[in-house]
Design a protein. Structure first.
Lengths: 232, 232
């Protein structure tokens, strides 16, 4: 972790730390403090704990506001999908976080630098550090900036739950037959929107739209599961 | 839920809502919207989801700052103990929240007004409503005001984990003998502080102080578990 790398990170985040120690701690893996006889609390574990809570609120509020009719179970699910290890690793790559982390030598040998969990944890720690260094509103701005594309493109969905499969499982439990009907297409060929309705034994249970047929079906399944409260 | 009761609540919270609908929604139980053919999202469930995240960050930060050497597992544990149903119900009683909630008639008949979970949920919803109505800093101030005594008196401990029992379980796993030694007492008779050291097979593994011998032993056990990373 060179001074240049820290500068690069600050530039990427569009944020300058008042307390550089916080930034450095956010990027210090436990293996480094263990090997160097430092106190355990000098690694990024505690900041990760704090950042996780900051992230939970910011992303939670995003879904609260963008899905004004979704139930708690659906909101919880989407949030969990957006802040799980895979998702955080995806975001951490924008910042080349893996290269910035200080490891112990043993950890490097065993491939620690490439472990997804390590970068994901460091991203949470970094968010915790920004929160402590400034305030909630600043941390929120930076989080939304980092996650914007990911959230707006609904990328969290592709990382995770397959709503159609889940719907199918629920349908089987009650011995019902699920049918997806494409009811409408809108827009020009290169920017179409598809509208799908989902029927269970011929009763309309969900509606969805999307940029592909498949996406509109997934959305219809999500809608149906949400209405039935079957998310949790 | 009368207008008087809402005023009473605002006075107790030392906060006046700009958007009274948010306050009313925070106090609307799902049974009320179900019985009155309202949309589900008009009950307090979604606000509870948001308030839970606000609370998680504020209480999380409290423990982060007040236990600067504790590991993530210990912080997570103390926070969980402070925001579980029992703890939230305890806090909600200060506000007489149970009396302020709008229920469906069926729910009232089945004793809903006295259910601890309902008041605990409404408290989270209320916190979510304050956050939306103002901002994070305001919500934080009000949460810390509501939780101050509870946190400072370490009340969350009495609601929950018995660290000595947990330590004993861990000691048995490794066939070690735990011994608590009272090493010092300080202060006058009516305000003593006790200092205890905890030994596992004669190795010093934890230290604790407290206002009673028992409390100092609990603290020593907590300290030992924390150092060993055995919290999670």
């Amino acid at each position: 972790m060179s001074k240049d790398h820290l500068k690069y990170l600050e530039k990427k985040l569009n944020y300058n730390f008042k307390n550089r120690e916080l930034l450095e701690r956010a990027l210090t893996h436990s293996s480094f403090v263990n090997e160097n006889n430092m106190e355990f609390y000098e690694c990024n574990e505690r900041l990760e704990y704090l950042g996780d809570a900051v992230l939970g609120l910011v992303i939670g509020e995003y879904f609260y506001k963008n899905f004004p009719e979704d139930r708690e179970g659906s909101l919880t699910k989407m949030r969990a999908e957006s802040v799980n290890e895979k998702a955080l690793f995806f975001i951490s790559k924008k910042l080349n976080l893996g290269d910035a982390i200080k490891f112990g030598k043993g950890e490097i040998k065993s491939g620690g630098r490439n472990r997804e969990s390590t970068s994901a944890d460091a991203l949470e720690a970094l968010i915790g550090a920004i929160y402590l260094d400034s305030n909630f509103e600043n941390a929120k701005k930076i989080i939304l900036y980092l996650f914007q594309d990911f959230l707006e493109r609904d990328s969290y969905k592709s990382f995770n739950i397959d709503f159609k499969t889940k719907l199918q499982e629920e349908a089987q439990k009650s011995s019902k037959k699920a049918e997806y009907k494409l009811v409408r297409e809108e827009g020009p060929d290169n920017n179409k929107t598809f509208f799908t309705e989902l029927y269970l034994d011929e009763a309309l249970v969900g509606k969805g739209k999307g940029k592909t047929k498949k996406e509109s079906q997934q959305e219809a399944a999500r809608d149906a599961l949400n209405r039935s409260g079957k998310f949790v």
